[in-house]
Design a protein around this ligand. Structure first.
Ligand SMILES: NC(=O)c1ccc[n+]([C@@H]2O[C@H](COP(=O)([O-])OP(=O)(O)OC[C@H]3O[C@@H](n4cnc5c(N)ncnc54)[C@H](O)[C@@H]3O)[C@@H](O)[C@H]2O)c1
Length: 264
């Protein structure tokens, strides 16, 4: 198997679990040197040990809360001090709050989510860009399918994800002079700890998960590994793509929500 990102340096935020973990794995499997972060320590350290044992690339875990600007600065500084360059930034760390109607949503909750889901992407990009410009690097922002199709009782979340797509396009325009590509991925339902957490807040978690699977034409949720493959495609292969929003949705948006019958 050829290594598609050999010796390139990538940063992945929120890389200890879920979609971020799938992306860290895909980059390491393709020979990259990855610096990834999360807030807690244990899951990140365990993943670091596992992937460094497997190779052929390598990874370093950094504890960092992306809702704090100082932490993001530290993440970028550690990456540059360790590896001397940055080729790709994957902005992935984010959160989906429990579903709640607008009438019960406070301005403070909305502001906090903007800080975590949107401003962190902006700040990490701003701080990484001086390095990305030196090597015609790229940024990958993880948005969501719901930015385009909406979602019940999730106005702040949907708004932050829509803003990520718009920001991606605006940044792609500005950075084109430096040959830095800026793209995003919009996953539909992907089975991750976050999805399980949200299902756990419903009256019947197993039924919620089954319903989530049936949302896709393909009759299942996406996987962390599939998200990883989409990210490595954008970073390594999609050299004529900038400002795009890659839907990774199993066809969830098609046929007016009426899905084909899945045999099981
Ligand atoms: N799972 C889905 O179905 C789905 C669908 C569309 C979009 N997304 C988006 O994908 C991204 C990842 O989602 P996931 O389902 O893998 O979530 P997850 O909760 O399973 O994993 C999130 C990761 O981000 C880290 N993280 C959370 N807050 C952080 C912070 N403040 N600072 C640093 N790290 C932090 C966590 O430690 C973890 O490693 C999010 O932006 C989410 O909105 C997920």
């Amino acid at each position: 198997m050829s290594l598609r990102y050999l010796s390139k340096v990538a940063i992945v935020t929120g890389g200890s679990k879920g979609i971020g973990r799938g992306i860290v794995k895909a980059f390491v499997e393709n020979g990259a040197k990855v610096v990834f972060c999360a807030r807690g320590g244990e899951a990140g350290k365990d993943l670091e040990a596992e992937l460094n044992g497997a190779g052929p690339g390598s990874c370093t875990f950094v504890s960092c809360d992306v809702s704090k600007e100082e932490d993001i600065k530290r993440l970028i500084t550690i990456t540059v001090e360790t590896h001397g360059r940055i080729d790709c930034l994957v902005n992935n760390a984010g959160w989906h709050p429990p579903h709640q109607p607008t009438d019960e949503t406070t301005a403070e909750e909305f502001r906090d989510l903007l800080q975590l889901n949107l401003l962190s992407y902006f700040l990490a990009s701003k701080l990484a860009l001086p390095y990305l410009r030196l090597h015609q690097g790229n940024i990958i922002n993880i948005s969501s399918l719901v930015a385009t199709i909406g979602q019940k009782h999730a106005v702040p979340y949907v708004a932050t994800k829509g803003a990520i797509i718009s920001m991606t396009k605006a940044m792609a325009v500005d950075e084109s002079v430096h040959k830095v590509r800026v793209n995003c991925i919009s996953p539909g339902n992907v089975m991750t700890p976050l999805w399980e957490e949200l299902a756990g807040q419903s009256p019947d978690a197993a039924a919620t998960i089954r319903a989530g699977e049936r949302c896709q034409l393909l009759g299942r949720m996406g996987t962390e590994a599939e998200c990883g493959r989409a990210a490595i495609f954008l970073a390594a292969d999609a050299t004529f793509c900038t400002g795009i929003d890659l839907w990774l949705s199993g066809g969830a948006e098609l046929n007016y929500g009426e899905k084909s019958q899945i045999s099981s």
